[in-house]
Write a protein that binds this ligand. Structure first.
Ligand SMILES: [Zn+2]
Length: 343
């Protein structure tokens, strides 16, 4: 089925191929029907903001840093960092993971932005061999992706996000920082995940049964990337860390975000596809996800942006029907050792 012939919700852009979707007789999807009856966005944002603000006030000045910011160098995490530094006055450590596919311009942005904001910046580059194997395995086997994650993210991104999140928590423990901030926007996270008081002991217990799966997929060394040693938690002295996503408390369109971060010297990269502003591997993840599941991994996110009035339906449609072709992805495929027979 061509991406242009698929039946889509008449309000957002969710397609009939999206898992467990249903439409009413007018062609409105289940999620849009639910949205009409749910808490208005301004009230939802205010509620999340109040929770977040109170957590920030409680946490300020408690560790070497107030907050570890997962800073990819993309527009959303750049805005998040700027917001926390300029509007909250938080002492942040900006952390970038170089996954071997960070655009050169995105890397320049990381340096320019952290310099402009005067914050400490840490760049961590896991072994290229490990990262490339992890990506290839994620494509070939589906990796560690749950059925629910399939709706929101490609298998490639899913593995990477898990690795990044784990590293941020580790750093928070090492530096005694009570908060970890991400740059997720509406639709990228389940609604109840906008702010989480993460119980670290419980997290490790829940993940424990997956240890062997991680080892068999990504090798024995993968445990250091996906798990946290209990000594680190014990030394931290507390059993919880708060995860916040401040973008969920602001209503800004993509253009407004780009314009705001532009003041810090941020420049949009041109080699990262239409859905990423830092990673050159994203398009391969999209192409594979689309081929395998018959919907674009950004469908849910852009549909949520449409519901919130932050993106026009036409723009959303343009994004989800613009599926990158494998012929343009030779560089990425070759770098992770992926053959066309693998996909
Ligand atoms: Zn809809």
């Amino acid at each position: 089925m061509s991406v242009n012939n698929i039946k889509r919700c008449i309000k957002c852009v969710l397609p009939e191929t999206f898992p467990n979707i249903s439409f009413d007789d007018k062609g409105v999807c289940y999620f849009c029907q639910e949205f009409i009856n749910s808490e208005p966005i301004v009230i939802e944002q205010k509620r999340i903001k109040e929770l977040m603000d109170s957590e920030i006030e409680k946490s300020r000045g408690k560790g070497e840093y107030d907050c570890i910011v997962a800073f990819s160098g993309g527009k959303d995490s750049t805005y998040t960092l700027m917001h926390l530094v300029q509007n909250y006055g938080l002492n942040c450590l900006a952390v970038t993971i170089d996954n071997d596919f960070i655009s050169e311009q995105a890397m320049k942005n990381c340096y320019a932005v952290t310099e402009a904001l005067g914050v400490d910046f840490l760049l961590f580059k896991p072994s290229s061999t490990f990262m490339r194997d992890m990506y290839k395995t994620s494509v070939v086997t589906g990796g560690i992706q749950s059925n629910s994650a399939i709706k929101r993210v490609s298998a490639i991104c899913n593995s990477c996000i898990n690795l990044i999140n784990n590293y941020m928590i580790k750093l928070a423990l090492l530096h005694g920082a009570p908060i970890v901030a991400g740059g997720y926007i509406g639709g990228q996270l389940p609604k109840n995940a906008s702010m989480i008081n993460l119980n670290l002991i419980q997290r490790e217990q829940i993940k424990k049964p997956l240890l062997e799966k991680y080892k068999s997929l990504f090798g024995a060394t993968s445990t250091k990337f996906f798990f946290i040693h209990e000594d680190l938690i014990n030394n931290y002295g507390k059993s919880t860390i708060t995860i916040i996503n401040p973008m969920l408390t602001v209503s800004l369109s993509e253009e407004e975000i780009i314009s705001a971060v532009g003041k810090l010297g941020w420049i949009k990269p041109h080699d990262t596809g239409s859905n990423s502003s830092n990673c050159r591997l994203n398009d391969l993840g999209i192409a594979i996800h689309h081929k395998k599941h018959n919907f674009h991994p950004y469908e849910f996110e852009v549909s949520e942006q449409v519901r919130y009035g932050l993106m026009s339906r036409d723009e959303a449609l343009r994004k989800v029907t613009n599926v990158p072709g494998f012929s343009e992805l030779g560089y990425q495929m070759e770098k992770i050792g992926l053959l066309s027979t693998n996909i």
